[in-house]
Design a protein around this ligand. Structure first.
Ligand code: MSP
Length: 506
């Protein structure tokens, strides 16, 4: 049986339309999912929407509609965007799905029954935009320490989860599994936070209604974060598909932004411990994007809209830029100037030109047909192997930028090979026909390998390149861990004319 790989994105709140931050996490997850499929894994890639809670209820009131109508309207925006961004998720979960709600109730009951959830009284602060509880000491100048917005004083009956009970087990787990929280800096941050002492977590609310009722006491609704986190197992068949659950859980990777680290690395694993479900293998928290140096916010009205970016630059250009511009894990600043530079230099110049001139040469010297296989070029073969190792390692560390840099070294090596072998000179000499054929074959075969490497990042472009190379087998059926080697391009294949891959931006 093939090895499985389960990857998730956060599920997005439906109180707002999608922006570049949401697209960022989802594109990164898509790239990993595609890479894993391409290297032989049976992948399950889950994304979805977080539809309950006070924030969504309030937004719906402001729009004068029912929360479910708001959710139904906004969920379309996310789903449409994922199609435009060529996201290859295998499923899409909504927390308003019946099956999910049942899983939430069943797990909540399990923790109630084992004594880890008890009824008490909550009297402290709450940040509705973050849907997060705070103590007086944690506030910064009376505001939410995460987002800086107003908090409100809550005073209500609430169920509590005995999170404190799991403090030591969690610390031990984190210590014994260095990969559990990544990057390293985030791991250290969480270790210090836990060492300060975990308090029991308030896990129900009574002052509004939009959510999953607590089993046996429907005056309470389940805290939206507990509801939301459970999507990762309910969406993998926890309650109703044991085979699927056994195949994919524990998740290999929860990809998240740095703002929701604590929820994923403290609330979630301690809750899983309580209900006796094994812990996920890894969480990786990426940084935040600002827009031309400014934090994106509603008040500034400066959210970068992914659809607008795609319209202006093209979907693969956007995917490439977001992954190439900054190391994954660090904060990043978006600027149009940087975007245009990347498109013109890396994409149009380096990759686009290489592809284009190689096809032109083949059509000129071999009537557009892949010539006979001669002998591989040692230098190119070495670089292909090195690239594969570097890309594998980069994917293990979620270092997308490193992977792209390695792939572009291969692009430069092929450009250099063309300059050194000078096919245009060879073509002038009838006696060098054999050599010319070998050189052109090697160039085209290297392009085949580059196309495979590029595919997870820029799937539509890679499909075009694949088509241009005249290969009949589907790109999605290739196994990159074998096919990075020289010589798989079938001689005799007819190349196809394709328009320039990346038009220059003036
Ligand atoms: N609903 C919760 C997640 C529940 S997961 C069980 C939530 N949703 S969200 O819609 O507010 O945000 C989801 C993701 O978008 C987070 O990973 C967050 O980091 C990311 N981003 C939101 N703004 C961002 C930027 N400006 N830059 C990069 N990512 C950002 O939180």
């Amino acid at each position: 049986m093939r090895k499985s790989f389960y990857i998730t994105t956060p599920i997005y709140y439906v109180n707002d339309v999608p922006h570049i931050g949401h697209a960022y996490t989802t594109i990164a997850a898509d790239i990993v999912a595609r890479y894993k499929r391409l290297t032989g894994y049976d992948v399950f890639f889950l994304t979805g929407t977080d539809e309950h809670g006070h924030k969504v209820e309030k937004s719906a009131e402001a729009f004068n509609e029912r929360p479910i109508d708001l959710a139904n309207r906004v969920v379309k925006r996310f789903q449409d965007l994922w199609i435009r961004l060529t996201i290859s998720n295998n499923d899409f979960i909504r927390t308003t799905d019946e099956g999910h709600k049942q899983a939430v109730q069943s797990l909540f009951k399990k923790a109630l029954d084992n004594g880890d959830i008890y009824l008490g009284y909550y009297e402290d602060w709450y940040c509705t935009p973050c849907e997060t509880f705070w103590t007086q000491n944690q506030l910064h100048e009376g505001k939410c320490p995460d987002c800086g917005r107003e908090v409100e004083k809550l005073k209500e009956e609430s169920y509590f989860f005995r999170m404190s009970k799991y403090q030591n087990d969690l610390l031990t787990h984190i210590r014994n599994h260095p990969e559990f929280i990544q990057p390293e800096s985030r791991r250290n941050e969480i270790i210090s936070f836990i060492k300060e002492g975990l308090r029991d977590l308030s896990v129900s609310r009574t002052s509004f209604h939009w959510g999953v009722p607590v089993p046996g006491n429907d005056r309470h609704i389940v805290y939206v974060w507990i509801d939301a986190l459970i999507n990762y197992i309910s969406g993998a068949g926890y309650l109703n598909d044991p085979d699927k659950f056994a195949r994919y859980w524990p998740a290999d990777l929860h990809l998240i932004g740095k703002d929701i680290l604590r929820h994923h690395t403290i609330y979630w694993p301690t809750f899983l411990m309580s209900v006796s479900v094994p812990l996920f293998k890894k969480t990786f928290a990426h940084g935040w994007w600002t827009n031309e140096g400014k934090k994106m916010s509603k008040s500034l009205g400066n959210f970068i809209e992914p659809v607008k970016l795609i319209d202006d630059y093209g979907v693969d250009q956007v995917r490439y830029f977001l992954m190439r511009e900054v190391p994954f894990g660090l904060d990043a600043d978006f600027s149009h100037k940087a975007m245009v530079n990347r498109i013109n230099s890396d994409l149009a110049n380096d990759l686009g030109n290489l592809f284009n001139r190689s096809l032109v040469m083949t059509s000129k010297y071999f009537e557009g047909t892949v010539p006979a296989r001669g002998q591989g070029n040692n230098r190119l073969m070495d670089i292909q192997e090195k690239t594969f190792i570097q890309v594998e390692n980069a994917f293990n560390e979620l270092a997308f930028q490193k992977a792209l840099i390695a792939i572009w070294e291969l692009v430069s090596a092929v450009n250099k090979y063309i300059d050194e072998t000078a096919p245009f000179t060879l073509a002038k000499d009838e006696g060098k026909k054999g050599e010319l054929s070998m050189v052109i074959y090697n160039i085209l075969d290297a392009l085949r390998v580059i196309t495979l490497f590029v595919f997870p990042f820029m799937p539509a472009t890679a499909e075009k390149m694949w088509d241009g190379l005249g290969i009949k087998e589907k790109i999605t059926q290739q196994d990159l861990s074998q096919k990075y080697r020289w010589g798989d391009l079938p001689p005799g294949a007819e190349l196809k004319k394709i328009p320039p891959l990346f038009p220059r931006i003036l």
